[in-house]
Write a protein that binds this ligand. Sequence first.
Ligand SMILES: [Ca+2]
Length: 197
Amino acid sequence: MRKTNVLILTLIAVITLVFSMSCVSADGGGAASGEVVVQAEKFTEQEGGKTQFMDDRVASDRCIAYWDAEGHNLMWEVNIPKDGDYKIVLRYCHGRKALVYRSFLVDGAAPVPTLAKFGLMPTGGWGKTGNDWANYTILDEAGNPVIITLTAGTHTIKMENLGADAGERASVNFDGFGIFTPDADPNILGVPGVELE
Ligand SMILES: [Ca+2]
């Protein structure tokens, strides 16, 4: 019996280890897979406005809304599991009629110029249907994914609201973002909705 018990416990330990290694981590934690998912609603600080947490949208847990005003900035802490190159994927939606602008700063600075200011296209709605959402990989001016190099450990992400075109409010509803290895599937963040180029 003892040998059987040891065998069973060993099997359980191995299964647990394999399962934990195959999971994508949430909330900024690192995982062996190297993919980091951060829930928008788990921001650590905000300035220049106040978001609301929405439970009635098609989102991973909740999303944030009322991220409308230029100068309303949000911060998150993320834990990068290992040194490497990463792309950034945003799960967002908005129903404005023009580009709205954001930055994506790492430890207080834009690691590449595109991340100092980039436009987010309309997705057609505010997230009440799955089709409103886009899993948007931030692209450079040539249309290639922006790739940044990060060291393992904790980093601060700050996204600034930088306004919108055509006199629109710069609103975005935001479910979460991924810091993913270059070949990772952006749809790790959720079921794909709007296709953006
Ligand atoms: Ca979320």
